[in-house]
Ligand binder design. Structure first.
Ligand code: TYC
Length: 102
């Protein structure tokens, strides 16, 4: 679109070429084996949640099958998923964590 400034210079306004980068939801999935206490600990450790918030999220996952841990850039989300999956493996729990474009 062309507009004019005070001295009548033609100014061209162009649509911004950069959109904000896509964000990713990090999701925790329910399973029948991972102890509730371990899930609460993971949410506190990797997602900086208070014990109360972590307990709420864990119970939501337990009841509804999945729940959101947070919304991050692609790189950060990838790292969070890797950290959770490897920490769960190390402790021999089948806890699954995935990411999804928002
Ligand atoms: N369902 C598990 C249990 O009853 C608890 C659990 C909650 C497991 C959340 C995974 O992401 C999860 N011990």
């Amino acid at each position: 679109m062309a507009t004019r400034s005070k001295d009548s210079t033609v100014l061209e306004t162009r649509k911004a070429k950069v959109k904000p980068p896509p964000m990713y939801k990090v999701l925790l999935l329910n399973d029948d084996f991972t102890p509730m206490e371990f899930v609460v600990m993971v949410l506190q450790k990797f997602f900086s949640m208070s014990r109360e918030k972590a307990t709420q999220v864990m119970l939501k996952v337990h009841r509804e099958g999945m729940g959101v841990c947070g919304l991050y850039s692609k790189d950060i989300a990838t790292t969070k998923v890797e950290q959770v999956v490897s920490y769960a493996k190390k402790h021999q729990h089948p806890l699954q964590c995935v990411m999804e474009e928002n």
